[in-house]
Write a protein that binds this ligand. Structure first.
Ligand code: HEM
Length: 162
């Protein structure tokens, strides 16, 4: 099946038959990375006490933008992956990056739901709960790891080894 996927017209386009496939998918992937990680950091910084004019209760409105960017990450990531699926699936660096993406998504989902429930109370008291700080630490650390692992996939694993 992987061999079939690798030889579709779409994969050939993504591999660079047209010169546009890989650069286009990588550009979308880079923009999506900026949105996901940028927004997670803005939310985290607000909970840590920066940008005090932004109410805690309005932060949950940033999450739908993150979910939309994640959809673009899956579409563009899948396009990049289609260029050599079997190589990616046997590359430890890609497997680590993909596992980090899945873990980060699950933790971010719980973060979002916790914020929906708890921000009115944080707003009223003017303090974030210890659980809120734990979510900030976990999401910032996990998403930063996705970024580094994604960038290093090309250098650490076996994908482009000479
Ligand atoms: C929010 C989630 C994600 C983030 C933040 C992310 C981040 C990154 C980054 C920073 C790179 C390096 C780009 C470069 O070389 O400049 C990358 C590459 C890549 N990503 Fe993602 N990614 C995400 C999700 C995904 C998903 C879901 C897939 C697969 C379906 C995927 C597949 C790939 C592939 C195949 C590459 C190219 C690796 C290479 O050959 O060097 N990514 N990603």
């Amino acid at each position: 099946m992987l061999e079939y996927l690798e030889n579709t017209e779409f994969s050939e386009w993504a591999r660079g038959e047209s010169l546009w496939g890989w650069p286009f998918a990588l550009t979308v992937h880079a923009l999506g990375t900026a949105v996901v990680i940028g927004f997670i950091f803005i939310i985290g910084l607000r909970l840590l006490g920066f940008f005090r004019t932004i109410p805690f209760t309005s932060l949950t409105r940033l999450f739908p933008v993150v979910w939309v960017a994640v959809v673009f990450q899956f579409l563009s990531g899948f396009t990049l992956w289609m260029t050599k699926p079997s190589k990616y699936l046997s590359d430890w660096a890609f497997i680590i990056k993909f596992s980090l993406v899945c873990t980060s998504l699950v933790v971010t989902w719980y973060y979002f739901n916790a914020m929906r429930r708890e921000t009115p109370e944080w707003e009223a008291k003017g303090v974030v709960s210890p659980r809120g700080y734990k979510f900030v630490a976990a999401t910032v650390f996990l998403w930063a790891s996705v970024l580094v692992a994604g960038r290093l996939t090309a250098y650490l694993g076996t994908l482009y080894a000479q």
